[in-house]
Design a protein around this ligand. Structure first.
Ligand code: PFF
Length: 463
């Protein structure tokens, strides 16, 4: 991809080494489509209201998510810098420096626990390859597995090492090629599995649960979780899209690219929901405990679907291979962002930054991994370590990062300058939505969400 900045190619995020017209779109989509779509979206949708969650999520993605994605990419393209430098360029205040740092720190929190889930995926992939299809579908298998300490820790470390090897080896082009093939295959497989899930007896109730909004299922948590998911899924409020934007060609139509990324990311999330939620109804009759299963949902439901399929073992291998690749490409871009911050801000070499970051990720991730076993008693504000890391990054730090971006855009850069950037080479079609989201919707929603999620975490209110 043509680059417009001063960064050396080896510090580019993995996907951004793409070449050609679709370069940025493919790079951003490879970062965006990951565990968030396939593992996180279905369990949040199941837990926080089904259809009503989906409606809130879609509204957020196409207003607020769109505006933030556009803003971050444009900030990166205008400055040619990653978040800390980009914030500094527009404003030299302490508040702005804090905003830049906040954006840069979020991936440091996410990456370690992301790799723990990546490790679970590796385990399931290995399990299907070694013919454990029946065993993995048995009730209680997943819970027993994650509390078994040694294996989850081992697979977690394998996942981190694989990520580091790719980064150290600088094989971004390999990742690009894999992503290009993988994305279409992922969609096809997701369509096949979701058709299978949706045609099981009883699945229709799941389809209704997922698509027909029921106001009785609405709670403040529906909005809080949908917004956290939007940040997570679109890789927003964590510096990544600013960094990616710094590699985007000045001739690129940002609005068109943003629309493609949003659409693709949402499509994969909805397909993942269709693979899992109808299956919950088909196999467990919509049992509330299963719907509320949280992080374990994919690992519990998909094996049940697969075992009933007849060709479950090969389908399991392909499914978990694709989830693994989606997770790996996202983990690579998360790690690249962290390594980039260390090289830029501390002046460390690339190898040193990667190794130090790897050690840190293994230490923090181990706490999250063992939090389901040996460290089961280690609770932070009543949460297991992994849940806490997810909460603090998604419900606290990302709203602050996003708020910082809104303030930077509206107060320091100005909506007019932003519009000029978007109108460089095409019409700015969703300008009213953009301006409304950045000026009113986003700040108000972010403040409400931030306050309510913190108060609820401390048990002061229940949402
Ligand atoms: N968007 C990714 C997902 O949905 O899994 C997660 C993620 C990847 C966030 C990479 C940030 C990032 F830099």
């Amino acid at each position: 991809m043509a680059s417009t900045n001063s960064k050396s190619p080896e510090t580019k995020p993995s996907g951004s080494a793409f070449t050609g017209k679709m370069g940025y779109v493919m790079a951003a989509a490879a970062s965006a489509v990951g565990l968030g779509n396939i593992w996180r979206f279905p369990y949040l949708c199941a837990k926080y209201g089904g259809g009503i969650f989906l409606v809130v999520y879609l509204i957020l993605v196409f207003t607020f998510g769109y505006a933030l994605l556009m803003s971050e990419t444009a900030i990166g393209r205008m400055t040619g810098k990653s978040p800390i430098g980009a914030f500094k360029q527009f404003s030299n205040t302490k508040a702005s420096a804090f905003g830049g740092w906040m954006n840069a720190i979020v991936p440091f929190i996410i990456c370690p626990y992301y790799a723990v889930i990546g490790g679970w995926v590796v385990k399931y992939l290995v399990g299907y390859c070694t013919g454990e299809t029946q065993a993995m579908a048995v009730d209680g298998y997943f819970g027993g597995y994650i509390s078994s300490n040694l294996q989850p820790e081992l697979f977690f470390i394998i996942f981190v090492l694989l990520t580091l090897v790719v980064i150290l080896g600088g094989v971004q082009n390999g990742v690009e090629k894999v992503s290009r093939i993988m994305m279409p295959v992922l969609i096809i497989l997701a369509v096949v599995v979701s058709i299978y899930s949706c045609t099981r007896p009883g699945a229709i109730d799941g389809i209704k649960y997922m698509f027909i909004p029921n106001i009785h299922n609405f709670s403040m948590m529906t909005i809080v979780s949908a917004m956290g998911q939007m940040f997570y899924s679109l890789s927003l409020a964590m510096g990544i899209m600013i960094t990616y934007g710094s590699y985007v060609d000045k001739n690129q139509d940002l609005e068109d690219s943003t629309t493609k990324i949003e659409f693709f990311d949402t499509l994969v999330a909805v397909l993942a929901g269709l693979m899992i939620i109808p299956a919950v109804f088909a196999f467990s009759g919509g049992d509330p405990d299963t719907l509320n299963a949280g992080p374990s949902l994919m690992f519990v439901t998909i094996p049940k679907v697969l075992v009933s399929m007849g060709f479950g073992t090969p389908a399991g291998i392909v499914f978990f291979l694709l989830v693994f690749l989606a997770a790996l490409t996202s983990a690579i871009s998360l790690t690249e962002t962290c390594v980039g911050t260390l090289t830029d801000e501390l002046g460390w070499g690339r190898a040193k930054s990667t190794l130090i970051f790897g050690t840190y990720a293994i230490l923090l991730g181990s706490l999250a991994s063992l939090g389901y076993g040996a460290l089961g008693n280690l609770k932070i504000i009543g949460m297991q370590v992994l849940d806490f890391l997810d909460f603090i990054s998604n419900s606290v730090m990302m709203p602050i990062s996003a708020l910082a971006i809104c303030i930077l855009v509206t107060r320091c850069i100005g909506l007019k300058t932003m519009a000029d950037e978007f109108e460089r080479n095409s019409k700015f079609k969703r300008k009213p939505i953009y301006n409304f989201s950045m000026k009113y919707l986003a700040p108000v929603a972010l403040i409400i969400i931030l306050i309510s999620s913190v108060l609820s975490a401390f048990g002061i209110i229940s949402i």
